[in-house]
Write a protein that binds this ligand. Structure first.
Ligand SMILES: [Zn+2]
Length: 315
């Protein structure tokens, strides 16, 4: 794939204004982390509240400073995305205990098997300056999700579940949570496993998870502006909008949180235009006209064309 494409016909010009709603949200994370630690909130509460606050902040700025007027989420879109978030949260809740418990057992066994190595890993994390340790945890945690995301676009068996996320013909903060529960789970496992085997301290894992969550939202937010010099280092909407393009050659940028693995593995798409002309499933792909409950649960399986009256009676 050509890493540096030129402007697509019909695409917007690259905006020059700074995307400060995105940057301010990231700057608010350290004080938020400090408050959560001071009040001794459980990790799940800190993450859930942080996600809702971030989502509300970005959705407000989508109304005040939209990147594209035709990408605003309608009330129906938000209901659909809230249903998806509800399903994903329920699944996450159901598997969370299992995953966390298994992860802790594996970590304890791993450390007891390795003895001195486990102690060395703990001292390694303690010796690193905190921002460096956090960035390292995030980058390592993004490696498996990067490849799972690439495979989800290449393999039909995974695409079936990932397709739900690409179904909308707009990219905005609301549809950042339109993700099938299986897709949520494989991302979670992909991020959690390396952290467990490398004995990453729980506090670092929590703040990495919060940063990742905020970046996932910001990368989809339809807020005008550019990250300017940070654009190639930090995941953001400028890069991620291209991932949703209907033109497959433009749809690189598989890393939502950081573009680093896209740089390493040659999938970075970095055009000068602000975004693709159209987003959604690839041009010509058979596509259901609506995402009903069946698609949200069973995956977005394309169906053959049917008469309009017979379509989508499932929701
Ligand atoms: Zn994708």
């Amino acid at each position: 794939m050509n890493p540096l494409l030129t402007s697509a016909p019909g695409a917007q010009r690259r905006p020059e204004a700074l995307n400060w709603p995105h940057l301010l949200m990231l700057l608010a994370l350290p004080p938020y982390a400090w408050l959560c630690a001071r009040w001794a909130w459980p990790a799940e509460l800190s993450l859930a509240l942080g996600t809702l606050l971030g989502l509300g902040w970005l959705m407000a700025w989508e109304r005040l400073r939209p990147g594209r007027a035709d990408w605003q989420a309608s009330a129906a879109d938000m209901r659909r995305d809230a249903s998806s978030l509800g399903l994903a949260s329920l699944t996450d809740l159901a598997f969370s205990l299992l995953i966390t418990t298994s992860a802790l057992i594996v970590q304890q066994q791993e450390l007891s098997w390795r003895g001195a190595q486990g102690a060395a890993l703990r001292s390694f994390w303690q010796a690193l300056p905190w921002p460096v340790a956090l960035l390292l945890v995030i980058a390592l945690g993004e490696f498996l999700p990067y490849w799972l995301h690439r495979w989800a676009h290449a393999w039909p068996s995974l695409w079936r579940w990932h397709a739900v996320h690409h179904w909308p013909t707009a990219v905005n903060a609301s549809n950042s949570v339109l993700v099938h529960p299986f897709n949520v789970l494989w991302n979670k496992l992909g991020r959690l496993l390396p952290a467990v085997f490398l004995a990453v301290p729980a506090e670092l894992m929590l703040w990495a998870a919060l940063f990742i969550q905020m970046q996932e939202l910001a990368a989809h937010a339809n807020v005008a502006g550019s990250l300017r010099g940070l654009r190639g280092l930090l995941g953001g909407a400028e890069l991620h909008r291209w991932h949703h393009s209907v033109v497959l050659d433009e749809a690189g940028n598989f890393g939502t949180v950081l573009p680093w693995w896209d740089w390493v593995f040659g999938s970075l798409v970095w055009p000068q235009a602000a975004g693709p002309a159209a987003v959604g499933w690839a041009e010509g792909a058979p596509r259901p006209s609506r995402l009903g409950w069946s698609a949200l649960i069973l995956g977005a399986v394309p169906r053959p064309a049917q008469p309009a009256a017979a379509e989508d009676q499932d929701d």
